[in-house]
Design a protein around this ligand. Structure first.
Ligand SMILES: Cc1cc2nc3c(=O)[nH]c(=O)nc-3n(C[C@H](O)[C@H](O)[C@H](O)COP(=O)(O)OP(=O)(O)OC[C@H]3O[C@@H](n4cnc5c(N)ncnc54)[C@H](O)[C@@H]3O)c2cc1C
Length: 266
């Protein structure tokens, strides 16, 4: 639950260094989609994550699952970034580490703030086409044909490479790394660590400093139940209901019920 996330109310940021680290479920689906593409069309898989030093763990896991190498973007200046600067930082890392990329695969959303904004923003930053919520994809030469569920029908879309897709958690069943592979992955991981200076990023353009979005507070709303017993004639109860809740009902349905009701009253 969001309220269980270690929150720093002074800086309005999530203490990710205190949070339990795990691979974001939708990112595991994006990775699985990458493995299926590699099995059919070849290519290298590079995994990139921006986070505190302990985020390196998911890159080990990704390597154990079959990724070729990992890049950790970590720097105190990067902490607390909103989606705008997160995608800005990721874009600079992609341009530096794999400038000739063909396809960027992201999860459709994270399991903590779930804004689903980073994928589309990253496509903007890289000035490439992007398609979100992809369930299936096929590559034919330099074109990707995709299917995604939109409301209650499937859309089929095509996009020229290089491009970006965000993958849903229904798209596939991510593989689990075997213990032996995990051992090797932890034994000789090909993981590079980059900071803001390595990406040529000024502190004021990233992290909390560079974020146009400020999160004022995080809390989980708890439904409070209260019984109210009203006695009397139907007319008296309706009058009382309007007295007590008229404003809230009006606000909810954007119609001034109270005046309307009193005008109608015999
Ligand atoms: C409760 C809460 C609410 C928030 N609300 C907002 C908000 O309204 N607006 C805002 O700008 N920020 C918000 N943030 C900050 C937001 O968490 C960060 O900006 C975060 O890094 C990216 O946003 P997201 O988790 O929603 O990513 P999403 O857009 O949901 O992520 C989609 C995909 O982008 C990729 N991705 C996302 N983050 C990273 C990363 N650090 N490294 C590598 N890949 C990544 C992954 O593939 C992921 O599956 C909020 C944070 C919290 C905890």
């Amino acid at each position: 639950m969001v309220s269980e996330l270690p929150w720093d109310s002074k800086t309005g940021t999530l203490r990710r260094d205190l949070a339990e680290g795990m691979m974001n479920p939708a990112c595991a689906n994006a990775l699985e989609a990458a493995f299926q593409i590699k099995r059919r069309y070849g290519g290298d898989i590079i995994t990139i994550t921006m986070g505190p030093p302990m985020a390196e763990e998911v890159l080990y896991e990704a390597t154990a699952m079959g990724a070729d190498r990992g890049v950790l973007l970590t720097d105190p200046y990067m902490a607390g970034g909103d989606t705008f600067v997160t995608s800005h930082t990721l874009a600079r890392a992609i341009e530096k580490e794999c400038p000739d990329f063909d396809l960027v695969l992201c999860g459709c959303h994270t399991s903590d703030s779930e804004t689903a904004q980073v994928g589309p923003q990253l496509a903007e930053e890289l000035d490439i086409p992007g398609v979100a919520y992809v369930e299936q994809l096929e590559i034919n030469n330099r074109t990707v044909r995709m299917q995604r569920l939109s409301d209650n029908f499937f859309e089929t879309l095509e996009m020229d490479l290089p491009g970006l897709v965000t993958v849903t958690t229904q798209a596939n069943a991510p593989r689990y790394p075997s213990l032996s592979v995990l051992e090797t992955a932890f034994g000789k991981p090909d993981i590079s660590i980059l900071g803001a200076a390595d990406l040529g990023l000024e502190p004021e353009t990233i992290g909390v400093q560079g974020s146009p979005t400020k999160i004022l507070d995080v809390y989980s709303s708890t439904a409070k139940k209260k019984n109210l017993i009203m006695k009397g004639t139907a007319k008296k109860i309706v009058d009382e209901v309007f007295e007590k809740f008229g404003d809230r009902i009006s606000g909810a349905i954007k119609k001034d019920l109270k005046t309307h009701y009193h005008e109608k009253k015999p």
